[in-house]
Write a protein that binds this ligand. Structure first.
Ligand code: GDP
Ligand code: MG
Length: 204
């Protein structure tokens, strides 16, 4: 999974809390690192790889690459910054464009929920946006470790569901998409068509 969001919203602090159970007051904002951790989701042991991004990519191609390879995205903003919520819209659009998939697993996180006096984003507003995006919304705090496990596990659960649904046809899909027309909209159409086909197979 990939942790994305504006600089300073708490991506590294959330990741450090989840992976190492520790609060790091100040984290080098330029450090981009990946972590592997074993988690238990609904009784299943899963090896999770988390990329904590830093927005320091020198080449757009690098971001394209992790958006392409990421299977789930934690979109983090800070409840103390309206601009950080606005940035998520662009990131989400880019993910959907690059993955060519509107149902990619996403969780929206309003971090720094402990800073109640500095709140700049209404809970209801953030929730409404998350509903429009059909993604769950959590308010979290890396500082007090509130909802930290919940956001990572929720995303992981979505990714597993997605994986389970895709598995029988994965290989077939890869070949199918490689052969598909390169033009974006027609590929999307193919994918939708293919998904319908996949659903029918599952029901049968
Ligand atoms: P990143 O750039 O998104 O990785 O942000 P960081 O994780 O480095 O955090 C940026 C700053 O916000 C640091 O000074 C953290 O101490 C602070 N911070 C991160 N999460 C929280 C939180 O939940 N509550 C509070 N009060 N501060 C936080
Ligand atoms: Mg960071």
């Amino acid at each position: 999974m990939v942790v994305l969001g504006a600089g300073g919203v708490g991506k590294s602090c959330l990741t450090a809390q989840f992976v190492h159970n520790e609060w790091i007051e100040s984290y080098d904002p330029t450090i981009e690192d990946s972590y592997r951790t074993q988690v238990s989701v609904d009784g299943r042991q899963v090896m999770l790889e988390i990329l904590d991004t830093a927005g320091t990519e020198q080449f757009v191609a690098m971001r394209d690459l992790y958006m392409k390879t990421g299977q789930g995205f934690l979109l983090v903003f800070s409840i103390t910054s309206r601009a950080s919520l606005q940035e998520l819209a662009t990131l989400r659009e880019e993910i959907i464009r690059i993955k060519d998939d509107e149902n990619i697993p996403i969780v929206i996180v309003g971090n720094k929920a402990d800073l109640v006096d500095q709140r700049a984003v209404d809970r209801a507003k953030a929730f409404a946006i998350s509903q429009r995006w059909q993604a769950p919304y959590y308010e979290a705090s890396a500082r007090t470790r509130t909802n930290v496990d919940e956001v990572f596990i929720d995303l992981c659960r979505q990714m597993l569901r997605r994986d389970d649904a895709d598995l029988p046809h994965n290989h077939h899909d890869d070949i199918y998409y490689q052969k598909a027309d390169d033009h974006g909209s027609s590929r999307r159409k193919n994918r939708r068509k293919n998904k319908e086909h996949r659903n029918r197979c599952v029901i049968l």
